[in-house]
Ligand binder design. Structure first.
Ligand code: G3P
Length: 243
């Protein structure tokens, strides 16, 4: 399986009615991918405000929160509580995004808590050292994202290709025996070549924001990045390309 996570951040281009339009487009591409048995899962990481509406409208799509707090239900005004995120349709959460870093102990506890809630966790790391440390907590996904390339349009797979392979080594070194943590790579991914290269270098998926949100044609951009992922996998498996 390959994973394609679209993080809409708080971009105005993907807020309000546009959030619904983007989710609807992602949903229809996800249907196409399923029809073609492509083994690519599309996940949308969206602002907390929209999870309820979007997950209600598009139940076949996975929606992640962009952050959750390690606080309890009850007297915790304004915090984002995992149990409540789940009730309102979140199936997982991004944690420790470069734009919303949290203490390592909070990462550990939140990964554990999400697992116990049957929700998935996607932990962001900025270098190999963090990858191997966070691997110990066995999140579902570990995303390597060098902060300086985020939003740059200069993909990590081009600008720092060895970071992906060394992160995969770090993940293998750090993870506990029965862990199935998947490595994603993000930052600066804008086209199918970037997506393909990420998989060739050892990632099992991508985390993308501006490359999608700022694109003029969301549908063709999502399709084209998914095609890049699929092409890399097909080549790894030695299969001929499908049109
Ligand atoms: O969460 C994904 C992100 O930080 C990468 O951003 O705009 O470089 O795709 P971008």
């Amino acid at each position: 399986m390959l994973y394609f996570v679209i993080n809409t951040k708080n971009y105005p281009e993907a807020s309000g009615r546009s959030a619904i339009r983007l989710a609807s487009i992602a949903n229809s591409v996800a249907q196409e991918l399923r029809r073609h048995k492509s083994n690519v899962e599309l996940i949308l990481s969206v602002p907390a405000f929209s999870i309820s509406l979007l997950s209600y409208r598009y139940p076949a799509l996975s929606f992640f929160a962009q952050h959750l707090d390690n606080v309890s239900e009850g007297s915790t005004t304004g915090f984002l509580v995992p149990e409540i995120a789940k009730v309102f349709g979140a199936s997982g959460s991004v944690l420790n995004h470069s734009e919303h870093r949290i203490p390592e102990e909070a990462i550990r506890r939140l990964v554990e808590r999400l697992r116990s809630l049957d929700m998935r966790s996607l932990v962001c790391a900025r270098d190999e050292n963090e990858v191997s440390r966070f691997a110990l907590y066995s999140p579902d996904f570990l995303a390597i994202e060098p902060p300086e390339l985020i939003g740059s349009g200069n993909a990590v797979s081009k600008a720092r290709p060895t970071l992906i392979s060394s992160s995969l080594d770090a993940l293998r070194r750090g993870r506990v025996a029965d862990s199935s943590t998947v490595l994603l790579c993000g930052a600066g991914i804008v086209d199918s070549i970037d997506a393909k290269r990420a998989v060739e270098l050892g990632a099992e998926g991508i985390l993308v924001a501006s490359g999608i949100v700022k694109a003029l044609d969301w549908k063709s951009k999502i399709r084209s990045l998914a095609k890049g992922l699929i092409a890399a996998k097909e080549e790894q498996l030695g299969r001929p390309k499908k049109e």
